[in-house]
Write a protein that binds this ligand. Structure first.
Ligand SMILES: *Cc1c(COP(=O)(O)O)cnc(C)c1O
Length: 373
């Protein structure tokens, strides 16, 4: 066995050229005055955070954003010099990691600031933070108020601490709700600036907001979905491409006579004499189990419906109409749609969820294969 040998037919192929293309399109859209901080939490939405980080930085990312400490540590291990922001909460008992590894941390209290400052002081370092403002999402941060403004002013005075940015997040509840959140945020920043709190970065826009609301881009945007080619914007458009292909190969073929069932509970029964292919992927690879009798794969240019209950590691497809079907033949699970394959967008719709869920749930089990660059 060599390091490069791929030990499974079920693979997630990620095209780094397409990723670079998407990054370039986002850059062109936002222009030179707006920095980009790609969001690569949840293992880069399933694509492999460490493997895509370099392409993103080479394409001009200013920093990389993740949700958790573990995600940040993984990136810092591979790329100690890349700036990495944790957008989520890190418990006080773990803040020493943030300081030791020079990770940028999101905070919203003087207690968090003092803890980070102390840790940084003891290591002769400066801890870097972004402050989170709650403008209505009620997830993290504090709402704008005189008390919070005074607290932020105190945070600026903490030794060994550098406040690099301030941010909020839109609920995307509608035009007027979004406008209301943005106004609250910018009014609060004006107030803070008036009392001497200056922020290098001010940001509120995720993928949808940075496409739909050019006026909310401020000086930094945080696209996640867009990088991976997921278009969710309602009011404007950007021509990004899906960068992954999820594929496998037939492991076995069965001839099933009309009337016979298959898989758990025999929930699907053959209406005609059928040829059924066993495919070596299942819900433990991140394929939605509720795509039974809805999902399909493309084999030899032909649509083959997934039939019967989807198992943890395998599922079955009706390949009766696939020309020259044979064992080992490639099956496209998620593709770009040009070959008739199911796109991430279609999988999301058939599975009654959103596109980010479909890609972020792809598990570690299928090997990632990187092409391009
Ligand atoms: C996940 C996340 C993003 C990116 O969201 P997309 O919809 O994928 O662009 C941006 N900001 C925050 C705070 C997030 O948690």
């Amino acid at each position: 066995m060599t390091n490069t040998e791929i030990l499974r037919d079920t693979q997630i192929v990620v095209d780094l050229n397409k990723l670079a293309g998407n990054m370039t399109k986002i850059k062109e859209m936002v222009g030179a005055d707006v920095d980009i901080m790609p969001v690569i939490k949840a293992n880069g939405y399933g694509h492999g955070a460490c493997a895509i980080a370099q392409t993103l930085m080479e394409c001009g990312a200013s920093a990389l954003a993740v949700a958790t400490l573990t995600e940040a540590l993984e990136l810092k291990e591979a790329y100690p010099d890349y700036p990495v922001l944790i957008m989520g909460y890190t418990p006080d008992r773990l803040l020493h990691w943030v300081v030791e590894k020079d990770i940028i941390q999101t905070i919203w209290s003087i207690e968090q600031a003092e803890k980070l400052g102390q840790l940084a002081g003891s290591l002769d370092k400066t801890a870097c933070v972004h402050i989170k403002v709650d403008t209505g999402f009620h997830r993290l941060g504090k709402c704008p108020s005189d008390e919070f403004a005074a607290e932020i002013s105190d945070i600026f005075k903490v030794p060994h601490l550098a406040v690099q940015g301030i941010f909020s997040h839109l609920a995307l509840a509608g035009l007027s709700e979004d406008e209301e959140q943005y106004q609250q945020f910018t009014d609060f920043i004006k107030k803070l600036e008036a009392i001497g709190c200056k922020f290098h970065y001010k940001h509120i826009a995720d993928s949808i907001a940075c496409v739909d609301y050019p006026q909310y881009r401020m000086n930094l945007v945080r696209p996640g979905a867009l990088l991976y080619g997921m278009k969710g914007a309602q009011y404007a458009d950007i021509n990004v491409e899906q960068i992954l292909t999820f594929k496998t190969a037939i492991s076995q073929l069965h001839e099933i006579p009309a009337g016979e069932g298959l898989s758990y509970d025999y929930l699907w029964k053959a209406e005609r004499d059928s040829i059924i292919a066993t495919l070596p992927f299942g819900y433990a690879d991140g394929y939605p189990r509720n795509l039974r009798d809805k999902g399909y794969v493309i084999i030899n240019g032909t649509r083959a419906p997934i039939v019967g209950v989807i198992c943890m590691d395998q599922c079955m497809a009706d390949v009766t109409d696939v020309p020259d079907v044979c064992c080992g033949m490639e099956a496209i699970i998620y593709g770009d749609g040009k070959d008739g394959s199911m796109t991430i967008a279609e999988a999301a719709s058939l599975s009654s969820t959103n596109k980010n869920d479909i890609i972020a749930r792809l598990t570690a089990r299928p090997p990632r294969v990187y092409i391009g660059k």
